[in-house]
Design a binder for this molecule. Structure first.
Ligand SMILES: [Mn+2]
Length: 289
């Protein structure tokens, strides 16, 4: 696994939606503080697959057209048999009804549909796009994956996660996460008018950025990550969310490999694909993007 290379320090920090009180009552939060072991979903790659790509944290939004263009170009040209989108594909998602004609989300949907003709697409929810639902997944031709999922490929198991569930230092975020992942909360939120949901998401992002300014990166609880790996009988965890790409050895032969966020502007150029083949994991920058 040492071929993954060293730890790269990148600018930017993960800003998960934080526990801003929502104008919503009667929904139980999780909030007992202790992280419980999640159920691990197992997925076996079809035998003919040779190349599997992992990307995360594109944070797609209309205000960053070059990131969208790079993502589109990558998806329409990758040689991969399957692309695993490991969360925070979108900067925000307030419900599948946001894909109005001519909307940015509808353009993204079209890119995914076109890509799905070339390769299989899998989606794991992040902390910003966890409200992506069955309708959008069907229209975008993506298959959902639970977090975490143990991927069986090449005679080994690779544990996949977005990563936010492992950031247990932030107890308030974990409480918020448990609340907003509850079906009752989601049903109540999605029942609100689209304009109101968009306004709430905007408010939450601003509150999150204010709270996280100066707090730095979200940190993975490596003790918990090691427990997940042992439970999955895997050695390598592949995740995003922290925006700190690199390969981190956690002891006892266990690793976590972090995929970068994507951010392309006049002053920044980050795009990153983890590619898994029979040779192992490689970090690549997509061609021609
Ligand atoms: Mn995230």
């Amino acid at each position: 696994m040492r071929q993954h290379g060293g730890v790269n320090a990148w600018r930017g920090c993960a800003r998960p939606l934080t526990p801003t009180p929502l104008p919503l009552s009667g929904c139980a939060g999780g909030g007992e503080g202790k992280a419980r072991m999640p159920d691990i979903f197992h997925f076996t790659a079809p035998a003919h697959w040779r190349t599997l790509d992992f990307i995360a944290d594109m944070h797609l939004k209309p205000q960053e057209p070059r990131t969208f263009a790079a993502w589109q170009q990558y998806l329409l040209t990758t040689p991969a048999d399957a692309v695993f989108l490991l969360g925070d594909v979108f900067e925000a998602w307030v419900g599948d009804d946001c894909t109005l004609p001519r909307s940015f989300e509808r353009r993204c949907q079209a890119v995914l549909r076109a890509a799905s003709k070339r390769c299989a697409l899998f989606f794991m929810a992040g902390n910003r796009d966890f409200l992506i639902g069955k309708k959008f997944l069907a229209r975008a031709h993506m298959q959902p994956l639970p977090d975490p999922t143990a991927l069986h490929f090449g005679g080994r198991r690779w544990l996949l996660s977005h990563g936010d569930a492992l950031c247990t230092d932030d107890a308030r975020y974990q409480q918020f996460r448990a609340q907003v992942r509850a079906p009752e909360w989601q049903a109540a939120f999605l029942a609100r008018p689209l304009a109101e949901r968009l306004a709430t998401a905007q408010h939450m992002r601003q509150a999150s950025e204010a709270e996280h300014a100066g707090r730095g990166y979200a940190q993975i609880d490596e003790t918990l990550a090691a427990q997940w790996l042992r439970a999955a009988d895997a050695e390598t965890l592949i995740h995003g969310h922290t925006h700190q790409p690199g390969a981190y050895e956690m002891g006892e032969g266990l690793w976590r490999v972090v995929v970068s966020d994507w951010h392309i502007t006049d002053s920044a150029r980050r795009l990153d694909v983890l590619r898994l083949t029979a040779d192992g994991l490689h970090r690549i920058v997509p061609d021609g993007v």
